[in-house]
Design a protein around this ligand. Structure first.
Ligand code: GTP
Length: 303
């Protein structure tokens, strides 16, 4: 059997429908997308199977809205992962059209991506507009950037999504699957748990720190009484961040822990004992072995 596998980067303005689309694409078959899963460089949104092809959906945090604290290396890394992707899909909201944010993305694409990069356009939320307006929008967008293909979709209702997935399956290169099929099912639980904590950190810290920290689930123990003990480490890149995370008398980390535990319990349907630890790890961004720990081997094809 000839297998195919590759990365598809979903880009677009906030709210364009990236999560909704991933959920649709991934469907019931393979779902690691309950929460966005973070790796050091990219977030894996989900893995979809289509015939013999495995499509790994990623996104690129910080790409189009560099935050104050975001350093150059991070932006470069974000672009790296977009242009590393085998295919890029730009999501544009049909009812908003060619707004300034979209213009900016198109200009950046033209400017930064290597020639020949495969970029598809997906005009999303077509359920919100009259069909007549779509042709003009598609034309206007294609005038600005030479998209490889244009899809009209409604991620929410599922229109056009199968076509897009089938096209992507043909566009990713031949090669071994990035996730062994039998691992897809259980790999995600630890990652999902880590992402839940990361989400709470984001909420609590007002999006200030999160791009500079990572959460890992180190131990997961099933207990006889039916509960689970989960140990996680939050890695920060600077000593100063540790204090912010812990908060006065540890209040911040405690609140985060409680919120994450509550969500984990709901998700797992049983009692959870969650233990969080904060550690400083400089340059975690560069640490290649982290990819492996996250269950992902970038580019070497033997995950
Ligand atoms: N009407 C309509 N609404 C949609 C469609 N797709 C997504 N939405 C809605 O748009 C909103 C944003 O969707 P998300 O999937 O969260 O968008 P996102 O791009 O992942 O957002 P961020 O990751 O936060 O940038 C949600 O309320 C969705 O229900 C669609 O096809 N039609």
């Amino acid at each position: 059997m000839t297998t195919r596998a590759g990365f598809v980067a979903l880009i677009g303005e906030p709210n364009a429908g990236k999560s909704t689309l991933t959920n649709r694409m991934v469907g019931a078959k393979v779902s690691i997308v309950t929460h966005k899963v973070q790796t050091t460089r990219t977030r894996i949104r989900g893995v979809a199977m289509e015939g013999d092809a495995q499509i790994v959906f990623v996104d690129t945090p910080g790409l189009f809205q560099p935050r104050r604290r975001l350093d150059r290396a991070m932006v470069a890394a974000a672009w790296g992962s977009a242009s590393d992707a085998d295919v890029i899909v730009l999501l544009v909201e049909a009812h908003r059209g060619l707004v300034e944010g979209v213009e900016r993305i198109l200009a950046t694409l033209a400017d930064q991506l290597p020639r020949g990069a495969k970029v598809a356009l997906a005009i999303n939320k077509i359920d919100r507009v009259k069909a007549e307006s779509l042709l003009a929008l598609s034309q206007a967008l294609n005038d600005k950037y030479p998209f490889a293909k244009t899809f009209m979709i409604s991620a929410e209702r599922g229109y056009g999504v199968d076509d897009l997935r089938q096209w992507l399956a043909k566009e990713v290169p031949e090669g071994p699957w990035l996730y062994p099929e039998d691992q897809i099912a259980d790999l995600p639980m630890r990652m999902i748990a880590a992402e839940m904590t990361r989400e709470k950190l984001t909420l609590r810290l007002h999006q200030e720190l999160p791009y500079q920290l990572t959460v890992e689930t180190e131990h997961w123990q099933e207990r006889d009484d039916g509960s689970a003990r989960i140990d996680q480490v939050i890695y920060v890149s600077r000593d100063g961040h540790k204090g912010i995370l812990l908060g006065h008398r540890g209040e911040t980390i405690k609140a985060i822990s409680q919120a994450s535990r509550a969500e984990l319990e709901e998700f797992l349907g049983r009692k959870v004992h969650l233990f969080l630890q904060v550690k400083v790890r400089e340059n975690w961004l560069e640490e290649a072995e982290r990819y492996n720990e996250m269950g992902l081997n970038f580019r070497d094809g033997n995950a």
